[in-house]
Ligand binder design. Structure first.
Ligand code: NAD
Length: 498
């Protein structure tokens, strides 16, 4: 589909795409597709005030009824899947199946949240005092700010919004300034679900458009008790302390530097497929992309040869075209950052295969060949996350050494081992194994399902979103003791008779 057709299919009107100060450029061909109006700082304050009012009403709506709104959102997303997927491709440059996959992830989290809306379970706790009952209950918290990155322009919002809304909280979303149209399209889809739902308060989910200054206005507000921020470690290092300083609750989902250990017993054919998907899929622009390959020294030459062969035949080009596996980088700056990292790695003793810009048979975007870089050591460049398809290859001798190398980076998002040896697999998953939020066996580091809690340790920020009990991050816990006896005993046997 042409750009204008994609935008029309999602119901955009000309006035929404013209006259603003924010240029939206498609990574596919460098074409400017819209000039979107930016939210001003005073308008952010208005949005927060509306959200506060919405909260007072929404928190009293029974959770299963709140779940009904998310069920309707899931239905609307199913109906709009192909158009919204095409817009993800247009705005973020993902290949068609990955654009659709991202919308599927939104649908999945809606299904999850609908079930969750009947399972916001608390606890009943045995009291040490006779005639006393202790319980733990979960309550809504208030407006949730969501700041998202360009590379998952819609899924990250849905992970947060679906949970926040069933938990009784309104949401204010500031998408990446590189992908405002997908956010505006989601708002239209949400509005359709709201219209069918009927009686939700105004401002339950709002979108604000702009760059870091608009994000900062959300970050600074005491009236936004939860701030979920997804993006670079640099951004998190600014946002996290600011939210903490005003006693807000940050949920940080930041950069990764994900590794795979390939052990001597690994099924190499399977490993090669997993490596190629996780290292070059989304043109290496996933937080969970594979960036470091730690290979047993007995396998390195064979594995590098197999990978170099696989890399040579990867179709690079227009992400809308059937068969394309590698689309463009988001912009020219990302291409330049990649070239700089390859230069740095070379200066540190690395041997680079591939990695050059691609100009033939591709539209006018930032297209690159993915790079494999054999490194003598885990150098400073390897420890830094470059958001591009660069895979550093290093060798190891013992499993302890491999795990040490895997953990010896500032980030702690995703990790994996390929082995058919049970001792190795379980050691990798044990307390002395991977230090990441995600650790897999015989599967690559990227492409998580929504059922598990998603997030990572160290400079990845420590936040958890999506499945498992991540919903607790959007609620406040209340411990209650009820005395139904005629006595007033104190805990721990303390006597205080008056
Ligand atoms: P980025 O940090 O440049 O921007 C992310 C968002 O933060 C944008 O909306 C931006 O406007 C906003 N922002 C930037 N500075 C801000 C500030 N001072 N105050 C408030 N908001 C601010 O990241 P990007 O280039 O869009 O995305 C790529 C990065 O995101 C990579 O590092 C990647 O690993 C990370 N990421 C992490 C996850 C995860 O779940 N861990 C998921 C996706 C992307």
């Amino acid at each position: 589909m042409e750009h204008t057709q994609v935008l029309q299919a999602l119901g955009f009107q000309p006035h929404e795409l013209e006259g603003g100060s924010l240029n939206v450029v498609s990574p596919i061909d460098g074409q400017r597709v819209a000039q979107v109006k930016e939210t001003t700082v005073p308008q952010v304050s208005d949005a927060i005030a509306l959200s506060k009012t919405a909260f007072k009403e929404w928190r009293t709506v029974p959770a299963p009824r709140r779940g009904e709104l998310i069920r309707l959102l899931g239905e609307e997303l199913r109906a709009a899947k192909s158009e919204l997927g095409a817009l993800v491709t247009l705005e973020a440059g993902k290949i068609t199946s990955e654009g659709l996959g991202e919308v599927q992830e939104m649908i999945d989290i809606c299904d999850f949240a609908v079930g969750l809306s009947r399972q916001l379970y608390g606890l009943s706790i045995a009291s040490e005092r006779p005639g006393h009952k202790m319980t733990e209950t979960w309550h809504p918290v208030g407006p949730v700010g969501v700041i998202s990155a360009f590379n998952f322009p819609v899924a990250v919002w849905s992970w947060n919004a679906a949970l926040a809304i069933v938990c009784g909280n309104p949401v204010i979303w500031k998408p990446s300034e590189k992908t405002p149209l997908t956010a505006l399209a989601c708002q239209k889809i949400f509005d359709r679900a709201l219209a069918r739902f009927g009686d939700a308060p105004d401002g339950l989910s709002q979108v604000i458009i702009g760059g870091a200054d608009i994000g900062e206005a959300l970050v600074a507000s005491k009236d936004v008790p939860i701030l979920s921020a997804t993006g670079s470690t640099r951004m998190g290092s600014i946002v996290g302390p600011k939210v903490a300083a005003r006693w807000g609750r940050p949920i940080l989902e930041l950069g990764g530097n994900n590794a795979m250990i390939v052990a001597p017993s690994a099924d190499l054919e399977m490993a090669v497929r997993a490596i190629v998907f996780s290292a070059v899929g989304t043109a290496g622009q996933r937080c969970t992309s594979l960036r470091r390959l730690i290979v047993h020294k007995s396998l390195k030459t064979e594995l590098v040869a197999k990978l170099a062969k696989a890399y040579a035949s990867l179709p690079i080009g227009d992400p809308r075209k059937e068969g394309t596996l590698i689309g463009p980088l988001v912009d020219q700056a990302a291409l330049e950052a990649m070239q700089q990292s390859l230069e740095n790695a070379t200066a540190e003793g690395g041997k680079v295969h591939g990695g050059a810009p691609v100009h033939d048979n591709v539209p006018n975007g930032a297209y690159v060949a993915p790079a494999l870089v054999e490194m003598p050591d885990q150098t400073a460049t390897v420890k830094h996350e470059t958001f591009a398809p660069i895979l550093y290859v290093m060798e190891y001798d013992t499993l302890d050494e491999a795990i040490e190398m895997q953990n010896d980076v500032p980030q702690g998002l995703s990790s994996c081992i390929f082995t058919l040896n049970l001792r190795e697999a379980e050691t990798f998953l044990s307390a002395s194994g991977s230090d990441c939020g995600i650790a897999n066996v015989n599967i690559g580091p990227s492409g998580a399902e929504i059922g598990g809690a998603f997030g990572g340790e160290k400079e990845t920020g420590g936040g958890r979103e999506s499945g498992s009990d991540a919903w607790k991050g959007y609620m406040r816990r209340q411990t209650s003791t009820v005395n139904y006896s005629a006595e007033l005993p104190l805990a721990q046997g303390v006597k205080f008779d008056i």
